[in-house]
Design a protein around this ligand. Structure first.
Ligand SMILES: Cc1ncc(COP(=O)(O)O)c(C=O)c1O
Length: 285
C-alpha cells in the first residue's frame, strides 16, 4: 500500500489511517466504493468511475462527502503524494458516517471519505497474455449487485475458494447462468466469433472495463450479444476472458475442469487486450 492515505478530510501516513469503531461502513458495510486504475500516472476512465460512484451513492441514499470536482483534485493529490508515476490504483470508499449503532439512518452525521492508493507492477504484455483458471460457485450475493457496495463477504468467500483451488477467480453461477466474477465481469466468445457477457442488470456490477471493452468491440466491428450465458455454454466456448480495472482483459483458459479453446489466449481476447492496452495508454507489444 502507498504511504499516504486520506481519511475524512486529512492526508495521513498509511500506518496511522484509522476510522472510528462506530463508522457505519465498519459495522454495517453501509458504504460504497470505487477503484480507479492509474496508467502513466493518470486516472483512466475517471468520469465513468465517478458517475458510477454517484449512482451507488444515490442508490444507498448516502450524500457526496465532497463535490465531485473536489474529489477529482483529491485523486490527483493521492497519486502525487504516493508518487505513482506509472501504473497503480486509487481506492475510494464512502460510508454513511459515524454514529451510535442503529440500523436506522442517524439524524445527523456526515459521510466519511477514505482513500488509499498504491503503485502496481509496470504493464507486461506477455504476463497479460497468460491465461488463468477460474472455478465456479453459487452466486450467494444480494440482489443489488449493480451497487458497488463494500458488503463483499459472499465475494470474499468465493474468491478464497478460488485461491484455495489454485484458481485466479471464481465465476458466480445463479441457476445455470454465469453472472460475473467476484471482482470482475465474465465474458465468452462462441465458436462463430460472437462476444457474450451478462447484461447490465441488478445481477452484476456494470464494470467500467466491461463498458470500455464493449465500446472497443463495437468500434472494431466485432459482434457482441449482451445477455446471460450458461455455465455449459461457457465451458464449450471458443474463448473466455474476464475484465476489471486491475486485471484489464484477462484470458481465461480453464473453467473448473474444462479447458477453453486450446488452453492459451484466443485471437479475439488478444485483440481486445491490445485495444484496451491502447485505451489506457500503456505501451503495446
Ligand atoms: C463484482 C464485480 N464485478 C465487476 C467488476 C469490474 O468492474 P470494473 O471494470 O469497473 O473494475 C468488479 C470490480 O471490482 C467487481 O467487484
Amino acid at each position: 500500500m502507498g504511504t499516504i492515505a486520506y481519511v475524512d478530510g486529512r492526508y495521513v501516513p498509511h500506518g496511522r489511517a484509522l476510522v472510528h469503531v462506530e463508522d457505519r461502513g465498519y459495522q454495517f458495510a453501509d458504504a460504497v466504493y470505487e477503484v480507479i486504475g492509474i496508467h502513466r500516472g493518470r486516472p483512466v476512465d475517471e468520469a465513468e468511475h465517478l458517475e458510477r460512484l454517484g449512482r451507488s451513492l444515490a442508490a444507498a441514499r448516502i450524500d457526496w462527502p465532497v463535490a465531485e470536482k473536489a474529489l477529482r483534485i483529491k485523486i490527483v493529490e493521492m497519486i502525487r503524494r504516493n508518487r505513482i508515476t506509472s501504473r497503480g490504483m486509487v481506492y475510494i470508499q464512502i460510508s454513511r458516517g459515524v454514529a451510535p449503532r442503529n440500523h436506522i439512518f442517524p439524524p445527523s452525521c456526515h459521510p466519511v471519505l477514505v482513500m488509499t492508493a498504491k503503485a502496481l507492477p509496470s504493464f507486461d504484455w506477455s504476463a497479460a497474455c497468460r491465461g488463468v483458471a477460474v472455478i465456479t460457485t453459487a452466486d450467494l450475493r444480494w440482489r443489488r449487485c449493480d451497487i458497488k457496495s463494500t458488503s463483499l463477504i459472499a465475494n470474499v468467500l468465493a474468491r478464497q475458494d478460488a485461491h484455495e483451488a489454485g484458481a485466479f477467480e471464481a465465476w458466480l453461477v445463479e441457476g445455470d447462468v454465469v453472472t460475473e466474477g467476484t471482482a470482475s465481469n465474465a465474458w465468452i466468445v462462441t465458436h462463430d466469433g460472437l462476444l457474450r457477457t451478462h447484461n447490465a442488470d441488478n445481477a452484476i456490477l456494470n464494470g467500467i472495463t466491461r463498458r470500455a471493452v464493449m465500446h472497443l468491440a463495437a468500434e472494431h466491428g466485432l459482434s457482441l450479444r449482451e445477455g446471460a450465458f450458461t455455465l455449459s455454454e461457457a465451458k464449450a466456448a471458443a474463448e473466455a476472458f474476464l475484465t476489471s480495472t486491475t486485471s484489464m482483459v484477462k484470458p481465461v483458459v480453464r473453467i473448473d475442469d474444462a479447458v477453453i479453446g486450446d488452453g492459451a489466449i484466443g485471437p479475439l481476447s488478444r485483440r481486445l487486450l491490445a485495444y484496451y492496452v491502447e485505451h489506457v495508454g500503456e505501451p503495446g507489444h
